[in-house]
Design a protein around this ligand. Structure first.
Ligand code: FEO
Length: 399
């Protein structure tokens, strides 16, 4: 049976939830599932905005078929060629032989790369500023290169002032029957996954996101319809503000995130001892993570949230403990900026992890290393009290 929701006059959600996929992009755990959002406009012309992942293809096809009620599908707008939205394009082209495909020039190239079926005679290139009039609705296209693929086009419906924003404003999490952000407690139940999605999927491309936000500022927007997660029709300022902070990699909270690698619990003890003293000093926004047991995508979401990061690492094979090394590599890959970082190093005979962490963080823009830190020889002793006190004091001074 079909599962559709009406967004506005003539506009319907025809997407689907996936709760079976363990890892999005085969990388990021999604215990709350994910939605693949597609939208159908039933006007004088019928227009589908994006297809869906092949895992939900059956539901997606049934939804489109149900709403079309035998009408032909005139257009499929390809906003993005990543397979979680593009996988069903060839199938839709076969089901709807009159359907034209609209997308950026680069989407046209990728169409040939992804599908053996020759769809070139049905593909029309559209670019920023182009208009598609469908009857009561007029759609314009907005280029959003590198948010987070190069060929991305967003679509704006002038009649309903809806911005179909491609992956921007998306989040992990199945919709579970709700389609609008105002139908759920977004701040309580969704924000962490939205931030984790942003940091890991889009985080590297803050500059292009800022460019698109500037373009969006010139539009009257009443609704934002992303390709994953809830649609925004109320309190748009809330999510626009988050996106502005996230895309400038500015902290959302003055908080402390302590991440440690620990082989036998001694470096973990130092991290916990620091956390206790910060908690005692009144720091409320405080989190501690074991890098061996917490997925890196969660850590990256937390780094995007908080202003201060503490990284603690044993020395391992003369270098960094592998989970800490992975964290530092990811921080570089996602271009983390504008954070205060304190370091805790451990080494029983030749501590080197501090030096290596410092070197790994050197190239990151506006990442300030605190002067204080801890150097541990095997295990933290009570004699390290002064060092600890200085570290706590310096962390507190920046909150
Ligand atoms: Fe949701 Fe970039 O695909």
């Amino acid at each position: 049976m079909h599962c559709t929701r009406k967004l506005a006059q003539d506009i319907y959600w025809v997407g689907a939830d996936d709760r079976r996929l363990e890892k999005f992009e085969n990388l990021f755990p999604i215990p709350r599932g994910v939605s693949y959002n597609s939208y159908l406009i039933l006007d004088e012309k019928t227009v589908l905005l994006d297809s869906a992942d092949e895992t939900v293809g059956r539901t997606f096809e049934a939804n489109v078929e149900h709403l079309l009620e035998g009408r032909p599908l005139d257009y499929l707008i390809i906003q993005h060629m990543e397979p979680d939205h593009a996988a069903c394009i060839a199938r839709m082209a076969q089901l709807y032989p009159e359907m034209k495909l609209l997308g950026s020039a680069q989407a046209g190239t990728m169409l040939k790369q992804f599908f053996p079926l020759d769809l070139s005679s049905r593909f029309e290139t559209v670019k920023e500023g182009d208009i598609l009039a469908t009857g009561n609705h007029t759609l314009s296209f907005i280029a959003a290169p590198m948010v987070h693929w190069p060929e991305v086009l967003m679509t704006y419906d002038m009649a309903t002032q809806t911005l179909f924003s491609a992956d921007a404003f998306g989040t992990f999490g199945a919709l579970n029957g709700h389609i609008f952000a105002d139908e759920v407690n977004f701040d309580r139940d969704w924000l962490d996954d939205a931030r984790r999605y942003y940091a890991n999927i889009v985080g590297k491309y803050g500059g292009p996101v800022q460019a698109v936000l500037k373009k969006a500022a010139s539009l009257q927007i009443s609704m934002i319809a992303p390709l994953h997660g809830p649609v925004w029709r109320q309190d748009l300022e809330y999510i626009l503000h988050k996106y502005d902070l996230w895309s400038r990699c500015q902290p959302e909270t003055q908080g402390v995130v302590i991440c440690y690698g620990s082989m036998y619990g001694n470096t973990a003890n130092a991290a916990n001892a620091l956390a206790c003293r910060l908690g005692e000093a009144g720091v409320k926004d405080l989190a501690v993570y074991d890098l061996s047991t917490t997925h890196l995508s969660t850590i990256m979401g937390e780094i995007w949230r908080a202003s201060t990061l503490v990284i603690a690492s044993p020395t391992y094979n003369g270098g960094l403990y592998p989970p800490v090394e992975a964290l530092l590599n990811d921080m570089k890959a996602l271009a983390v900026q504008n954070r205060r970082v304190a370091l805790i190093e451990n080494g029983s005979w030749a501590p080197a992890s501090g030096r290596m962490m410092r070197s790994a963080l050197e190239g990151l823009k506006n990442v300030t290393l605190l002067e204080s830190g801890l150097t541990i020889r095997s295990a933290l002793q009570e004699s390290a009290g002064e060092q600890m006190e200085a570290l706590v004091k310096e962390i507190l001074a920046g909150l």
